[in-house]
Design a protein around this ligand. Sequence first.
Ligand SMILES: NC(=O)C1=CN([C@@H]2O[C@H](COP(=O)(O)OP(=O)(O)OC[C@H]3O[C@@H](n4cnc5c(N)ncnc54)[C@H](O)[C@@H]3O)[C@@H](O)[C@H]2O)C=CC1
Ligand SMILES: CC(=O)C(=O)O
Ligand SMILES: [Mg+2]
Length: 608
Amino acid sequence: MGSQGESTFGHLPLSTSGPLECALRGTVLLNHPYFNKGSAFTKQERHDFGLSGLLPPNVQTLEQQVQRAYQQYSSRQDDLAKNTFLSSMKEQNEVLFFKLIQDHLPEMFSVIYTPTEGDAIQNYSRLFRRPAGAFLNIHDLDRVHEDLSQWGRPEDIDYIVVTDGEEILGIGDQGVGGILISIAKLVLTTLCAGVHPNRVLAVVLDCGTDNTELLEDPLYLGLREKRIRGEKYDDFVDTFVKSARTLYPKAYIHFEDFGLDNARRLLEKYRPDTPCFNDDVQGTGCVTLAAILAGLNVSKQSLSDLRLVIFGAGTAGVGIADQVRDAIAAERGISKEEAAKQIWLIDKPGLLTTKVDKLSSAQKGFVRPHDDWEGKRTDLLGVVQEVKPNVLIGTSTVPKAFTEEVVRAMASHVERPIILPLSNPTRLHEAVPADLLAWTDGKALIATGSPFDPVKGPWGADGQDIEMSIAECNNSVVFPGIGLGSVLSRASRVTDKMLVAATKAVAEMGPAMEEGESTAPLLPGVEAVRDVSVRVARKVIQAAMEEGVTTESDIPGDDERLDEWIREQMWDPVYRPLKYVSAEGASREAKGEMMVVGSLEKREEEES
Ligand SMILES: NC(=O)C1=CN([C@@H]2O[C@H](COP(=O)(O)OP(=O)(O)OC[C@H]3O[C@@H](n4cnc5c(N)ncnc54)[C@H](O)[C@@H]3O)[C@@H](O)[C@H]2O)C=CC1
Ligand SMILES: CC(=O)C(=O)O
Ligand SMILES: [Mg+2]
């Protein structure tokens, strides 16, 4: 990037401060979301960039703009309208967009992410105003490289999120609308981990859709045909990965919301020689293991005591099982096969035993011998009664599957049942916290896939009412930090040890660990996200160094300097002074030829 300078550490940082060179003027500048400051352009800038007469005279601060934007946001009738308002603001003024959300993160998190983003994705073709991100078409294999090449030079992209739209946020196949999950995850990497918003790329691989509602919708914007699978699909994904690697060799590739058959298969294919990560498998595995570790800390148990039942053995469920199994094996010094015996997976046929047909290779590592279960109930209640688990996880998309009977059966065997209903969006949760607490007399240790309000009840030491905060157990707690650490260290791969390090960092920052309080949330909340990301990134970088997979040479050795090095490179939503440069010889950044280059059409009604 043209305006980058040397950092105090003597290497080229990802984000910088100080004046920003800009070759745009007048309305073109006002319509460019990266450079636009709206009413906050200073008098000097208005003079230098030909803005006089294009703005009302009062020069305002970013804080005043945030105040106005928040009022506008609050006046929107419902969460989907708020989500649309924010998307529109992102197209007008990026700094204001990120600053507004950063200042109201606990309130807005669920509007920019699950559950509201799920509604926006379901309505993508109806709400569509302007395109954002890269749309790749399975029928245009020979165009993939060129289509992808428009987003910058080799050094311009740090972070790519790609989806094929098949299994979005628990709402199933959303076809081309999946582009919005790629965009939402990138917004979180910037908000939570300071990844530069202009150095990222959102991609959807359009392979058709099996969602009949979309196929029948005349306004649907994606390929109107059944999903293409098999060799053609694999060639398409492979062409994307190879093109991305060639065009943007430094970029980290984050796979999101691929279908069950593909998520793990693709991860295993590309992991050995690509800096890539599957959030639903690995991110979910890490954050859930962190919640379990925090819960066991409260119940004064360890991984050796763990008896884990997972309801819904799909991408997320098996991803969690893998992560937990590996942690047990490491802690107990036993084989993975032995460690897997502490985990029971349930899917549609009931408990996965050797008698169940059509098991995926990933599920096979966790099957129980059929003989052990001959004549026993293998439904959720039966398994809970038999196994007496201390941890129960839901990744099934079956709402209310954790019934009162199931939960009471669990609580009758363990003092502090750890219960994690993780299915998104909110309406698909296997149970809601208020019920779980009521059925367990406030004993349940809970974390949920989408955010929930605190729950009040008579669970204080002397029976007095207390309010319990409910931790959100969502991969968003951990993937931004893993991505930041991988990008900053330019890791050539994301190894298991890097993931374990990330998990430990999240677990140790959870209030339940830090405060040792039995009513404290199991995981850190959104208000702590940036600190969590710095810690996760530090641990990930240190693990990457131990593994010998870093390609960045200037990484400081000690914790304090490393934290400073990380923080220094995190992007912050602040206005930088603009310095006019003529277009001739100007950098691509100065000419606005970067990621967020929007079309110059008239903007939405919102003022910025
Ligand atoms: N909180 C978080 O960080 C995350 C939450 N999730 C959520 O987890 C849920 C599952 O996601 P994926 O694993 O990607 O989907 P998936 O489709 O791969 O897995 C769902 C599994 O549940 C099983 N299932 C469906 N009905 C069932 C029933 N009646 N009894 C038992 N099993 C049943 C399915 O057969 C499938 O194996 C979604 O709601 C998703 O939003 C996923 C990733 C991260
Ligand atoms: C959180 C997430 O990644 C999912 O629900 O798919
Ligand atoms: Mg996901």
